[in-house]
Structures are given as structure tokens and as C-alpha cells.
Write a new protein. Structure first.
Length: 368
């Protein structure tokens, strides 16, 4: 029922619009134009102003004939780097680039699939559900687009976020929350050759604290990683300050908070032992979400997958997405695969077959 050539052409058009995070304006303008051509009511916001982006979130409403609350269909328009000047190529039914850029199937495959479903509904006058379409900015690097959005723009309480890798049919029913840890260890400087004993090395204090930490894979639900440990001094100066930045992720809120507290205590104990001072901030970036496999929304996705001939399966997510922010605001989300693979790399690919299946899935979900 979908127009496969039109879908592919749309995807190519979208990936060739530069839209790295904070530079989504051109992509947003194109989506507003395309949605208005289809006769949808379109709204934009000023979310980009909240984090230095020139872009805006795009929200459109498709009124349906099937009774029920609106379902949110969501995908993000921003990309990671290197995402400018993308030249999509096809070999043996697989879309890729020349290796100098990402493909931006993350997440323009989701956008193209949603747009194709709307086009089919409109041109064939198909009965459909009330649907809110949300295309966000700033998803990469912290979901800043939806965080800065006035969520009163949307009324739905269930969201299907098309932003997972792997074959179409994969349903992420849970995703971790994340806490970022920003710490500064303050010691005391001295001359490293003449009087090192008069100093307190912030690097040494940090190392002592880190040595006591449980890191990386904590358990099935919880991970943590130190991304930055920095102190830039000459070798003849005992370093007075060291910066420490880490993250904790867990699908279990108690474990998330416990691991962050454990890391804070390790740093504090090391500072107390060596006479240093600790300045620390624990910032919750997003919360976890968890939807039961027997939830009606999950079962609806299962039924749609079976109708279009793909095998549904639930899985647990390891990263954050717009779904986590929606969950914080009382919107129940699931994250669905679009077929993209090797995302965030210049080796990213997308099978045309998966792109087609994703559009078929969106269409079935909107019309049943």
C-alpha cells in the first residue's frame, strides 16, 4: 500500500538536508512545508532558544475517524556529526554513504516512514486514529529539544518513538535513567621539585577515589563510566584542581541513585583522607521508563507487526531518547526500530526492505 519509490526519494531528500544538532532550522522548515501540503494543522515552538539551536520542534495533528485518544508518533530531526553533505548510495538493497559522513537514518528513517504513512492515509482517504506527529530537535546529546518544549502542545498520553536500531519489529519497552556527576577536587598547589610534601595533588586524590569505585557494568540494569578526568598543570606544579565527569545509567531508580551515591562517597572519602575539598553536582538528565509486555499499547504494536509480516520482539534499551523525557511528563512511551544499523558511525547503513517495513508499520498502527 505504501509507495516505495516515493518513500525512498523522501528519505534521500531528508538525509541530504544538513541538520546536525543545533542546526536543524532547514530540516524543520522542510517538514513544516511538507506537513502543510498534506493539509495538517502544524505548530512550532521556540525550544531551540533554550539550548543554542536555530531549530524548533514541529508538531502536527491528523484528525482521525477511529474513536480514541490521540497517539503520538515521534522521531527526531537532528543528527550527530559528521552529518553535513551526506551523499546516500545504494548497493544490493542497502543504503549507505561514501564513508565520510553518517547516513542519518538515525532518525530520518523514522521521519520518512511517518511522512509516507500520512501521505497514504490522505491520498487513499483511509480511516485512521487521531494522531499527533512530533518531530523534535536536539535529541542527540541530551534530548534538549523535548526538554525545552512546552508539552501542553501535545495532548496524547501514549507515544511511539521511532528511534531504535535493528530490524523492524523490535520494541524497546524500557530504557534507563541517567545521572551525570560533575565534580571538582580541590587540593593545594606547591612546587613539585622543591616542596611537593606541602601540596595536595588533586590528581592523586581523584585517583584514590576512583580506585575504590565499582565501574562500567554494575549489573544487568546498571552501568557507569567516567568520561573526563582533567588537570592541566606543568609537571613542576602539584595540581591544585582536577575535574571529574561521569555518568550512571540504570533501568532501576533505586540502583541509579545508589550507584551515584557510591561514587560520590568514594570521592568524598578520598578528599577527607588527604585533606582536599570536594565540589560535586549530581544531575538527573532523564528518568527510566518501563512498560509491561502485556500493556495494550505493546500488544497493539505486536498485532501490527504480525499483520505486516514481521516478527515482533521486546527488548531493553541501554540509551536515552525522547521517550525518557516524555515518561517524566506522564506520557507512556515505547521505542520502535526503524531498521538503522551502526548508528553514530560513518559505517551506518539501512536496508531498503527495513525502511519499507517501517513505513508499513506506522501505517498499520495509524489505521488500526
Amino acid at each position: 500500500m505504501i509507495n516505495e519509490k516515493r518513500l525512498l526519494d523522501t528519505f534521500f531528500d531528508y538525509v541530504m538536508i544538513d541538520s546536525e544538532t543545533k542546526n536543524e532550522k532547514a530540516m524543520g522548515e522542510k517538514l513544516v512545508e511538507d506537513l502543510k501540503v498534506l493539509g495538517l494543522e502544524v505548530k512550532t515552538d521556540k525550544a531551540g532558544e533554550g539550548f543554542g539551536s536555530n531549530g524548533f520542534n514541529v508538531c502536527a495533528y491528523l484528525p482521525g475517524t477511529i474513536p480514541g485518544e490521540p497517539t503520538i508518533m515521534c522521531a527526531h530531526m537532528d543528527t550527530v556529526t559528521p552529518g553535513n553533505g551526506i551523499k546516500p548510495l545504494i548497493d544490493d538493497g542497502i543504503i549507505h554513504t561514501d564513508g565520510s559522513t553518517i547516513l542519518s537514518g538515525d532518525d530520518k528513517s523514522g521521519i520518512a516512514a511517518i511522512m509516507e504513512a500520512v501521505k497514504v492515509i490522505k491520498e487513499q482517504n483511509l480511516p485512521c486514529r487521531n494522531t499527533e506527529i512530533l518531530f523534535t530537535i536536539g535529541e542527540e546529546g541530551g534530548m534538549n529539544g523535548v526538554k525545552n518544549m512546552d508539552l501542553s502542545m501535545i495532548k496524547g498520553k501514549e507515544a511511539m518513538v521511532f528511534d531504535a536500531s535493528g530490524d523492524v519489529g523490535k520494541i524497546l519497552t524500557c530504557g534507563p535513567g541517567q545521572i551525570k556527576i560533575f565534580a571538582t577536587i580541590i587540593g593545594r598547589s606547591s612546587h613539585a621539585g622543591l616542596a611537593p610534601e606541602e601540596g595536595i595533588s588533586a590528581i592523586q586524590v581523584a585517583a584514590k577515589g576512583i580506585a575504590k569505585m565499582n565501574l562500567l557494568r554494575i549489573d544487568e540494569e546498571t552501568t557507569c563510566n567516567i568520561g573526563i578526568l582533567k588537570a592541566e598543570y606543568a609537571t613542576n606544579i602539584v595540581p591544585e584542581k582536577a575535574e571529574f565527569v561521569a555518568e550512571v545509567r540504570s533501568r532501576n531508580l533505586d540502583k541509579l541513585n545508589a550507584q551515584a551515591a557510591h561514587m560520590q562517597k568514594c570521592l568524598q572519602d578520598a578528599c577527607d583522607e588527604m585533606g582536599a575539598k570536594l565540589e560535586i553536582e549530581l544531575k538527573t538528565n532523564y528518568v527510566s521508563f518501563n512498560v509491561a509486555n502485556d500493556d495494550p499499547m505493546v500488544q497493539r504494536v505486536f498485532e501490527s507487526c504480525k499483520r505486516i509480516g514481521c516478527e515482533p520482539m521486546t527488548a531493553k534499551g541501554g540509551g536515552g531518547s525522547d521517550a525518557n523525557v516524555m515518561a517524566l511528563h506522564g506520557i507512556k512511551p515505547v521505542v520502535l526500530s526503524t531498521g538503522m544499523t551502526k548508528v553514530h558511525t560513518t559505517g551506518e547503513t539501512l536496508k531498503i526492505e527495513n525502511l519499507n517495513k517501517c513505513a508499513e508499520l506506522v501505517l498499520d498502527l495509524m489505521t488500526h
